[in-house]
Design a protein around this ligand. Structure first.
Ligand code: LLP
Length: 425
């Protein structure tokens, strides 16, 4: 994906320095080949290997018309969590029968939008959502497939802010017999809701399988209880996303098969031992599909040396286009795209331009001596960068370019000042 020619960093055969000149900075750049390679890994390690399965892209990681179109072409499903994400999918006619609707507080309007569009399934996150959905379906004369998102009471080895399966989590239906079993019984007998099965999502940026496997045990137990207590067979099971990617040398990500094979082996073994049909299985990765496929380009501006303390290189973006370092202490690596093969003899902090002390993109980065105007390329920024971008300090959201078949294509125009204030009355 990357090579260095004439001191410059190239991505899929295109000079990133020329991209910065052509489209300006800050700039998000994606490699379509890398996204396709990631999809291929999911196809090989999961979809082709295990029949009766599907994979949905958790589109929150990079929700754009472009990615919806690409995933449609590749036969993937989409996981949406809001009316806005659904609307983005609808705007490119993403097939409704390959959309699942997640989220812990779906509004009545969002539910109606999804029912009207005909989304394949709702992942019901609470008891009250079940009753609301049932009531709306009755009013509209519709039916819906549902899964219950279960809080499996497992703690993931990741940043606390992105660990989502713990007992006190805001996500999912608590693992409590008094709550869960009456709900399952109601779902089995609902006239308008078709109860398919269970879902969990335990956390994000995971580098080990244990959390998924612990949560799986909870689901297996529930499958068996549902069979014994209600004589009902679970048809569907979704084990979420969370598959980690490489940001820095400290990350040693697993492959998709490292997650999938143990899950499928245990599921199959359990179903055989208990004489239950193995349910349809699905996953919903976000970061894995786009994370390493994206980079961000910035121009270096102010260089500030604090003698004997540190040197700040300031860039023309920051926590507005990548909030992850400020929010989770996320680590990244970077190089000077126009001095890509020079010796990294300096240690600097990369500062964003926002009025926040926490707006530091990278701490203690080794770089060659830098000057104003140099281009900084930050790696593995494809997930949750653009999608979490904001207008703090009234900084416009940068454009997005995808390199497709060796050519850069603008897929999102940069925001203008005028657009930023256009909704203000
Ligand atoms: N499914 C559900 C229900 C989710 O809540 C999420 C992510 C995913 C799938 C996809 O997870 P992934 O494969 O991308 O790890 N903004 C944070 C990540 C928040 C993830 C929220 N849910 C970050 O930048 O690290």
């Amino acid at each position: 994906m990357f090579e260095i020619k004439n001191h410059n960093l190239y991505m899929d055969g295109v000079s990133t320095v020329e991209l910065a000149n052509q489209f300006g900075t800050p700039l998000y750049v994606y490699s379509e080949d890398k996204i396709l390679a990631n999809l291929k890994e999911i196809k090989n390690a999961f979809l082709s290997k295990y029949e009766n399965s599907h994979a949905a892209f958790a589109c929150k990681a990079f929700c754009t018309k472009y990615i919806c179109r690409l995933l449609d072409q590749e036969g993937f499903w989409l996981d949406v969590v809001s009316g806005g994400e659904l609307y983005t999918a609808m705007s490119v006619n993403f097939p409704a029968n390959r959309i699942e609707f997640n989220g812990n507080n779906k509004s009545i309007e969002e539910i109606k939008l999804a029912l009207n569009y005909g989304v394949n399934r709702f992942v019901v996150d609470s008891v009250s959502e079940f009753f609301t959905l049932e009531q709306i379906c009755k009013q509209m004369g519709r039916s819906a497939n549902i899964l219950f998102r279960i809080t499996p009471n497992v703690s993931a080895n990741t940043h606390d802010y992105i660990s989502t399966g713990k007992k006190d989590s805001k996500f999912g239906i608590p693992l409590n017999e008094m709550i869960l079993f009456p709900l399952i019984e109601k779902a089995i007998h609902s006239e308008v809701l078709n109860f398919l099965g269970f879902h969990f999502h335990v956390g994000s940026q995971l580098h080990e399988t244990q959390t998924h496997l612990s949560a799986l045990e909870v689901i297996l137990e529930l499958m068996l209880t549902t069979k014994m207590k209600f004589n009902h067979t679970i048809e569907d099971f979704n084990f979420g996303g969370g598959f980690g990617v490489k940001y820095t040398e400290a990350d040693q990500p697993l492959g998709i098969s490292d997650f999938v094979d143990p899950i499928m082996a245990r599921l199959t073994e359990f179903c055989e031992a208990n004489n239950i049909d193995r349910p349809h299985v699905s996953m919903e990765p976000g970061r894995f599909i786009v994370g390493e496929a994206g980079i961000q380009l910035y121009s270096i501006g102010t260089i500030k040396e604090i003698p004997e303390i540190k040197t700040y290189l300031s860039v023309d973006g920051g926590m507005t286009d990548n909030i992850r370092p400020g929010l989770y202490g996320a680590r990244y690596t970077a190089l000077l795209a126009n001095k890509a093969d020079l010796n990294a003899t300096e240690v600097v902090d990369i500062s964003g331009k926002c009025c926040e002390s926490t707006d530091i993109l990278i701490k203690s980065l080794q770089l060659p001596p830098a000057e104003a105007g140099d281009i900084l390329a930050v790696f593995s920024t494809g997930a949750y960068g653009y999608s979490m971008a904001n207008n703090y300090n009234k900084l416009p959201i940068p454009p997005v370019v995808v390199i497709s078949e060796g050519e850069p294509k603008l897929i999102v125009r940069g925001q203008t000042y005028e657009e930023m204030i256009s909704r203000e009355l």
